[in-house]
Design a protein around this ligand. Structure first.
Ligand code: APR
Length: 267
């Protein structure tokens, strides 16, 4: 357990690494190009950020109906901002891991078109990914509910909670999409367009339980894409939707997949 009493889900040592045959099946699909990645909290677990629904996950300590729903935020903004003081500290300390740098490398190699991420930690961008669609917004900013002004969300700025707008004194809200809120229209439309047109989709580190994000692999599959899942354990999608299940921690699996593709491309 870390100092916050939360347990980052991290890699499990006893998982057998994917064998070369499975890696090659995934690589063959990715080599066609027009691959898309959809990522969840599991890709940031090895950066020390707890996932949400794993044992010891963030929602165990902070039930989402009390801390991540828009109505709960309006009811008690100070309570939700107190949680964000802890979350902002974790996010500020986190650095990209091999999962983030591997996906950035796949974009550099022109296999990957974009990363659609449910995460709000900015680690894909910090790792060098250029095309990142932030499906659930981001925690770098906060926005005024009165005048719409946004400013950086930093630990120092939220020492006093709830933070008030420096222009109009209105209530500031973290720049993330809370439950009961809509996905930003541009992110929704762009993600669906990419899911419909991709040859393969890497679904990494997500329990695939939250919609509409969880519909993206279904859209891709329906449109003929190869679905490659990277997770420490099977999900509800693994049996019916997934073509190649690469079991293991996202950092090590994506690193090995990227190395496999680099070796192949120089061959
Ligand atoms: N490597 C790969 N996968 C991992 C790792 C790891 N090191 N550690 C955990 N996982 C997997 C878990 O097995 C699980 O399937 O990551 C997934 C994490 O699931 P959740 O905690 O539900 O996170 P996520 O799927 O991103 O949640 C989606 O729900 O609460 C909302 O807004 C929140 O964006 C979040 C959304």
């Amino acid at each position: 357990m870390d100092s916050n009493g939360l347990k980052p889900a991290g890699p499990s040592e006893d998982i057998p690494a994917p064998d070369a045959r499975q890696l090659e099946r995934a690589a063959a699909a990715i080599r066609k190009g027009s691959a898309i990645a959809v990522t969840g909290a599991g890709v940031s677990a090895e950066s020390g950020i707890p996932t949400f629904r794993d044992p010891g996950g963030f929602w165990r300590k902070y039930p989402p109906e009390e801390y991540a729903a828009y109505s709960a935020f309006l009811r008690d903004p100070k309570k939700v901002w107190k949680m964000w003081q802890e979350r902002a500290a974790m996010l500020e300390q986190a650095r990209p891991n091999d999962a983030h740098t591997g996906l950035a490398a796949l974009e550099e190699m022109r296999y990957l078109q974009a990363v659609i991420t449910q995460n709000v930690d900015n680690l894909h961008q910090e790792a060098g990914s250029r095309r990142v669609i932030e499906y659930h917004g981001n925690a770098r900013q906060m926005v005024c509910l009165e005048c719409g002004r946004s400013e950086p969300l930093t630990r120092s700025r939220i020492q006093e909670i709830p933070p008030k707008c420096r222009s109009c004194g209105g209530l500031m809200k973290p720049g993330v999409v809370m439950f009961e809120e809509f996905i930003p229209e541009d992110a929704l439309a762009e993600s669906e367009r990419l899911a419909m047109g991709c040859n393969s989709m890497l679904v990494a580190g997500t329990s695939a339980q939250v919609y509409p994000a969880a519909s993206l692999p279904q859209i891709a599959k329906y449109n003929g894409a190869t679905i490659i899942e990277i997770n420490v354990e099977p999900t509800d999608f693994t049996h019916d939707l997934v073509d190649v299940f690469l079991q293991g921690s996202a950092g090590s699996v994506i690193r090995r997949l990227t190395e496999h593709l680099k070796a192949g491309s120089s061959g």
